[in-house]
Ligand binder design. Structure first.
Ligand code: FMN
Length: 194
């Protein structure tokens, strides 16, 4: 089965990507195919609330890279959304992608019943990562997806803390939460297959 990871960081040298890869590596070890999409280099406009998708469910009036990303989301069996914390919110690019996905919701909930996991990085130890995870979990619920936990480590998903001057590799607990999220995704996919 296929697990898609989307990284909402605005920069190429992304710490969030390091943690997303930890979750995807576990999914691969469990026998799943994975793919990563990064948003920093994509043409990604804001939803204009033009309501084109109300009359044409699944379509969007904006011609950029988003329809291609949606195609990959639809083809995947599970989705992990990863984002840095920006003022205790998801990144602007991740939020733009979420808003644009209203067309999928209007298209009879195209993403429904796909397991979804969230991974958030932040520079402060209590920088709002849990608030951001709840935004991602709410997104999954609004799309009728199935949010999964990271089992017993952080509960709400992958939570990473990379303060200034340290490396992602230093956050052992953060890595563990991401790996456990990958394990949970694989566990749910296995249940769905049987
Ligand atoms: C505009 C902006 C706002 C930020 N706000 C927060 C914040 O509220 N809490 C936090 O812990 N870190 C905050 N950070 C730090 C980033 O979340 C952190 O460095 C993150 O790991 C960067 O991930 P990336 O390298 O994948 O982009 C902020 C960074 C930027 C640029």
């Amino acid at each position: 089965m296929k697990v898609l990871g989307i990284n909402g960081s605005h920069r190429k040298e992304s710490t969030t990507l390091f943690f997303l890869k930890k979750a995807l590596e576990i999914c691969e070890k469990e026998g799943h195919e994975t793919e990563t999409i990064e948003l920093w280099d994509k043409r990604l406009e804001y939803c204009k609330h033009c309501n084109h998708c109300r009359d044409h469910p699944g379509e969007c009036s904006i011609e950029d890279d988003v329809p291609g990303i949606f195609r990959k989301m639809k083809e995947s069996d599970a989705i992990i959304l990863a984002s840095p914390t920006y003022f205790a919110c998801v990144s602007g690019r991740m939020k733009a992608l979420m808003d644009r996905s209203i067309t999928l919701r209007r298209d009879n909930y195209t993403l429904k019943n796909k397991p979804g996991g969230g991974i958030i990085s932040g520079a402060s130890r209590n920088g709002g990562q849990e608030f951001v995870l709840s935004q991602i979990i709410n997104f999954f619920l609004l799309q009728e997806m199935l949010p999964v936990s990271d089992k017993q480590t952080a509960h709400f998903g992958g939570i990473a803390w990379v303060p200034r001057g340290s490396k992602p590799e230093d956050d052992k607990l953060g890595i563990e939460t991401c790996e456990n999220l990958g394990r949970k995704i694989a566990e749910v996919l296995k249940m769905m297959k049987s």
